[in-house]
Design a protein around this ligand. Structure first.
Ligand code: SDX
Length: 429
């Protein structure tokens, strides 16, 4: 990685700034000393041109539609591996050997239960609480139970907390779902695979054996792989910023879940399905396309567009294939939502506005249709996204903690408020 310099001309002054090259992707201008050298900040709300960190975990090329986890293409991991293998890759940096995979799977399976007193938490929630509200609360509360894995200065405790998070998220997510429908919680069954175990905890009942549909389990596992990590997205940046203060890992993941909930981010799969339902039928599409293009209308096509992908989201293509597999397996041949989705995609991809703005379907466009077909209620979609993304948040958090140069994240601002002025007594106002 060869470094060079950039010259910044400020009036009659010029400042030399180091330029750092990565292994692939854009180089960076290191401005960390700019304020000290010039008394000026850079300005980049939304961080459209700002690299907040150096990382070796995930690489995205938005123009080429490339997504690599530790260098491995997402479509190959999704096609040939399983979610726990992807977890191992993100956490450890390379594909596991058969022995390493077996040992990792075993370790995760030994942490799938939550402290029995956690089930009492749920009784405090309304049954109709949004499950993301429950997840934010319960994941943050894990710090109240697992005191032996919250000291982030201890590598061993960081390791245990990481495995606990990956193992317990499906259990908590399934509990949130069961609580919302008034059914008893199902304990994890450790002889099942990760996704099969989750399906059983969600759709099984104590009164009878539950046979996991292998096609559904495989599809869900692939969906988890697709959602596992995505570079420095909003929720991952939230986790990193929370972690930079030294907060415990459970609190950091709870912060990530809170950020993911937003409809512009992880909440888009729920919003996209609601939008498809609102459109209802193919003949209504033009009206909604017109609204999406109307500057005076805040309506956006949920599931379209991306800050980084300006060509296509490689995950969306795999998601679309998975949607068809699941619907075919379930014998759902006439899903009006899928008809609307396919036609909406076709029209949007040929519309000048969307072409000019580089708006393509993202991962959230097809995930909702798939999850709905699998039997999940719409308000569980983002919860599933959080289950999958937990490993990405954890991997990025660990990378930050392990960085010897790591400091608390503390952005500055361009202040445009009032200059100093005198206080005026109430009687004089
Ligand atoms: C995820 O960052 C990640 O990696 C996220 C994620 C991950 O894995 O972590 O990939 C997961 O969050 C996927 C994105 C899910 N969100 C949605 O599907 C919501 C709908 N999409 C938009 O809200 C929007 O596209 C964003 C938030 C995704 C991206 O926003 P940007 O990059 O800030 O772009 P922008 O909002 O500035 O839009 C650029 C232009 C604007 O028009 P102009 O003001 O330039 O005239 O495109 C327009 C926008 O109005 N536009 C849309 C649109 N998205 C952008 N117009 C209609 N419909 C849309 N969906």
């Amino acid at each position: 990685m060869t470094d060079t310099t950039a010259t910044l001309q400020l009036g009659d002054r010029s400042v030399e700034l180091p330029v750092k090259a990565g292994s692939i992707g854009p180089s960076v201008v290191d401005i960390s000393k700019l304020y000290g050298q010039t008394g000026m900040f850079t300005f980049d709300p939304g961080f459209t041109s700002t690299a907040s960190t150096e990382s070796k975990i995930t690489y995205i090329d938005g123009d080429a539609g490339i997504l690599l986890y530790r260098g491995y293409p997402i479509d190959e991991l999704a096609e040939y591996g399983d979610f726990l293998e992807t977890c191992y890759v993100l956490l450890n940096g390379q594909l596991p050997t058969a022995a390493q995979k077996a040992e990792f799977d075993y370790r995760v399976s030994r942490h799938t239960m939550v402290h029995e007193q956690m089930s009492r938490f749920f009784n405090g929630f309304r049954r109709d609480a949004h499950p993301m509200a429950v997840m934010v609360a319960c994941v943050g509360a894990l710090a109240a139970f697992y005191h032996d894995s919250i000291d982030i200065s201890d590598p061993r405790q960081r390791e245990i907390a990481s495995v606990r998070m990956i193992a317990k998220m499906p259990t908590l997510a399934a509990m949130a779902y069961k609580y919302s429908i008034g059914q008893p919680f199902m304990y994890p069954k450790n002889d099942l695979g990760y996704s099969a175990n989750f399906l059983r905890m969600c759709f099984g009942v104590p009164c009878e054996d539950f046979r996991v549909n292998p096609v559904m389990a495989r599809a869900l596992d692939r969906i988890f792989v697709l959602h596992a990590d995505h570079e420095q997205n909003a929720s991952t940046s939230t986790v990193r910023l929370a972690g930079s203060s030294g907060a415990n890992p459970f609190a950091c993941i709870a912060a990530g879940i809170a950020c993911l909930w937003g409809p512009a981010h992880g909440g888009a799969n729920e919003a996209a399905l609601k939008m498809l339902g609102e459109i209802g039928k193919v003949e209504n599409i033009p009206k909604y396309i017109a609204r999406a293009k109307d500057k005076n209308d805040s309506f956006r096509l949920m599931g379209f567009g991306h800050r980084v992908y300006k060509n296509y989201d490689p995950r969306a293509k795999i998601m679309q294939k998975t949607a068809h597999e699941v619907l075919n397996q379930l014998g759902i041949t006439d899903d009006p939502l899928l008809d609307v989705a396919m036609e909406l995609e076709r029209i949007a991809l040929n519309d000048d506005y969307f072409i000019e703005k580089k708006l393509y379907p993202n991962i959230d466009f097809y995930s909702g249709i798939t999850l709905k077909a699998m039997g999940f209620p719409i308000d569980m979609f983002t919860v599933l996204f959080a289950v999958a993304r937990t490993v990405g948040w954890i991997a990025q958090w660990k990378e930050m903690i392990d960085d010897p140069g790591q400091r608390i994240g503390r952005p500055r601002q361009l202040y445009t408020g009032s200059v100093e002025r005198e206080y005026k007594a109430l009687r004089d106002r």
